[in-house]
Design a protein around this ligand. Structure first.
Ligand SMILES: [Zn+2]
Length: 118
C-alpha cells in the first residue's frame, strides 16, 4: 500500500501547519499569501483552498484574531494576530513538541524505545 499525500495531510500535516501558523503569529501579523510562501519555504505545497479554511478554523477556535482594517480597505488581505488563547495553545504545544522530538530522535539513535513493557 502506497502512502498517499492526502492521507498524510489529513492525519498529520494539518497539525504541523497549524503549529507553524501559531509560531509565526507569535512573531507578528500573518496572512494567507505570506503563510503559503513561508510553508513553501519549508517544503510544503499548500493551496489557498487548504490554508484559508485552516486560518478561519483557528479564528473560530479563538487562537487567531483578524486585525481590524479600515472600511475602505475591505478588499485588502485578511491579517491575523495571535490571541491570548492562541499563545497558551502554542506554549503547550512547544512543551509537547520538545518531548516528542526528544523521544522520536532519541529512539532513532538507540533504535529502541524505553517504555516498552518487558
Ligand atoms: Zn515557518
Amino acid at each position: 500500500m502506497a502512502l498517499k499525500d492526502s492521507q498524510l495531510v489529513r492525519e498529520v500535516l494539518l497539525s504541523f501547519w497549524k503549529i507553524h501558523i501559531l509560531h509565526h503569529a507569535a512573531d507578528g501579523i500573518v496572512y494567507g499569501q505570506w503563510m503559503i510562501g513561508e510553508l513553501r519555504r519549508h517544503g510544503y505545497e499548500i493551496s489557498p483552498g487548504t490554508l484559508y479554511p485552516l486560518l478561519r478554523r483557528m479564528e473560530v477556535q479563538g487562537w487567531l484574531k483578524p486585525v481590524r482594517t479600515a472600511p475602505a480597505s475591505r478588499y485588502r488581505r485578511k491579517e491575523y494576530k495571535l490571541t491570548r488563547l492562541g499563545s497558551q495553545a502554542l506554549e503547550l504545544i512547544r512543551e509537547q513538541l520538545e518531548e516528542l522530538h526528544r523521544e522520536v530522535f532519541e529512539k532513532k539513535k538507540k533504535g529502541r524505545g524505553h517504555h516498552r513493557p518487558e
